[in-house]
Design a protein around this ligand. Structure first.
Ligand code: E4P
Length: 218
């Protein structure tokens, strides 16, 4: 399973990359706003800075919602760096744009996906990634992981090449369960990635090993 970090914070991206397990980055307009990145030029420069840290797969989201504007914005984003994946919302104009980008060889990530039907459309349009938001489904008392399970089955039935990118991952159990189900990618905050490191028996075990080593070497 690929690990993407869901942030526009450069320090967090560097920290995850330095751990050696990072395969990409997802951002969205809210995450960019959180970092105080405003204005077209600053946004592009920020995406470039992210691309300079990681090896590939930097999702850059379009703000446009009409076909022509999505194409214009997406093409401009794709020109920033070969690592850019154009993130397009699951709307009618977005699906049409994903098909266009796919024909042009521009990778897309179809975002704001909350149902199997939407994910089928994204795959048929040729999205490189589809992003079902599991945490936001859980927030409205719907089983987000059940959607991932359904998509794994559907994509397998028809050998769709679109990768299932579990998004809105809120905690380590979400991530582990996505891996069990067979999601291709999970995108999550740094705290979820580093949270995987933690186990109290690791901490107490290490403490004991080091104490015993110190005793026998003093
Ligand atoms: C995915 O690409 C989104 O940026 C993200 O995972 C949304 O997560 P949230 O529901 O925690 O905002």
């Amino acid at each position: 399973m690929k690990f993407f970090i869901d942030t526009a914070n450069l320090d967090e991206i560097r920290e995850a990359y330095d751990l050696g397990v990072l395969d990409g980055v997802t951002t969205n307009p809210s995450l960019m706003a959180k970092e105080g990145i405003r204005g077209e030029e600053n946004v592009r420069a920020h995406y470039k800075a992210i691309c300079d840290i990681v090896d590939d797969n930097v999702s850059a989201e379009v703000i446009a919602t009409t076909y022509n504007e999505i194409i214009k914005e997406g093409e401009a984003l794709a020109k920033i760096d070969d690592k850019i994946v154009v993130k397009v919302p699951m709307i009618k104009e977005g699906v049409k744009a994903i098909k266009y980008f796919s024909n042009q060889g521009i990778r897309t990530n179809c975002t704001l996906v909350f149902s199997a039907g939407q994910a089928i459309l994204a795959a048929k349009a040729g999205a490189a990634y589809v992003s079902p938001f599991i945490g936001r489904l859980d927030d409205i008392s719907t089983d987000g992981l059940a959607l991932i399970e359904q998509l794994v089955q559907i994509y397998q039935n028809y050998e769709f090449e679109t990768e299932i990118l579990a998004a809105s991952v809120r905690h380590t159990m979400h991530l582990v369960q996505c891996a069990e189900i067979g999601a291709d990618v999970a995108t999550c905050p740094l705290s979820v990635i580093t949270g995987l490191l933690k186990h109290p028996l690791t901490d107490s075990g290490l403490e004991k090993f080091l104490a015993d080593h110190k005793k026998s070497n003093s």
